[in-house]
Write a protein that binds this ligand. Sequence first.
Ligand SMILES: Cc1ncc(COP(=O)(O)O)c(C=O)c1O
Length: 406
Amino acid sequence: MLKINEDYLKLRGSYLFSDIAKKVKAFGEANPDKKIIRLGIGDVTLPLVPAVTDALHSAVDEMGRKDTFRGYAPDLGYDFLRDTIVKKVYEPLGCKIESDEIFVSDGAKSDSGNIQEIFARDNVIAVCDPVYPVYVDSNVMAGRTGSFDELNGQWSDVLYMPCTKENNFTPEIPEKEADVIYLCFPNNPTGEVITKDELQKWVDHANHTGAVIIYDAAYEAYISEDNIPHSIYECDGAQSCAIELRSFSKNAGFTGLRLGYTVVPKELIRGGTKLNALWARRHGTKYNGAPYIVQRAGEAVYSDIGQAQIKEQIAYYKRNATYIYESLKNLGFEVYGAINSPYIWLKTPDQMTSWEFFDMLLNRAAVVGTPGVGFGPHGEGYFRLTAFGDHEATKEAVERINLLTR
Ligand SMILES: Cc1ncc(COP(=O)(O)O)c(C=O)c1O
């Protein structure tokens, strides 16, 4: 008799953002006259820049002509995009990454969920707490996380690395050995970063123990301070221990278009096997390549005009981040993140739980944020706001929060 994958049944409730969406929907139906301001889910709101839409239009035209039509894309990505990434992303950082170490995909969510497939089931994973939920849930589905403890909100076989204000939201290297270590900087949800020196310690640790670091750099475009690495390959020795995930979503507004890539260096060898070859096999078997038109759009992001245009967009979101951060700080909130990130991580006032604060903000100000506890037990008592909204709406949301505090 057929048996389903029972590991899926272990997953906790529904995905965080579905819970939020349900509450917001119910509030909207009960209060049709109230304008809801959404600063919850990390989705962009500005349209694609002209350099990208121009590239899309011309690629669509190519697809409509017999002599320039393209069928299946190469599984691992078109050379024009992989070469451009090497030249425009890694060479300026001084990182020696080659085209065949870059795997183009439909985004960092799929890659961050799928990458665990190349590791054995009995590996121990280590994650930050709080954490982007996909890292944990994809390992739950793979049967790697043990059982869930309702009391402490943790999986028995996962190594949690608390990120608290005491450690500046940068995890300490765990005493117990982990095999696969997920790191994300600038961090979702805390908006905090890691210095190059601190990241170097992780790289040295992984090279020493044989662990592999999955480094999610989806938000690197928001880094504004010096000495904050844009790529883990800026650290010495990272090529022999780290896989990097990148996305076009938050730097170029591709959340609806879908494009990302994963870097697996050829130097990264475990169990005598190149992980580059394993990932190439996995990618080639289960993925048929990102669409040609989208890869052309991705290439256009790195043109001079594309760079100038997306920098303006990022500046717009960063202005929102600074506005929220400074305003809430002036109102007496304890706030983190924002400086190198589109996320503002705030401590809930008056010992409120994350969900109590969520409900209060929704019901009394019609402002939607994300409860910190949804990202893990150490997110309890925190709340995430995003800078991806319209600037005027963001200002109004802050004003509504201001009125609540009076
Ligand atoms: C840390 C992190 N990684 C990956 C993603 C997903 O990126 P993509 O849109 O490329 O799938 C997100 C999206 O919110 C994220 O926060």
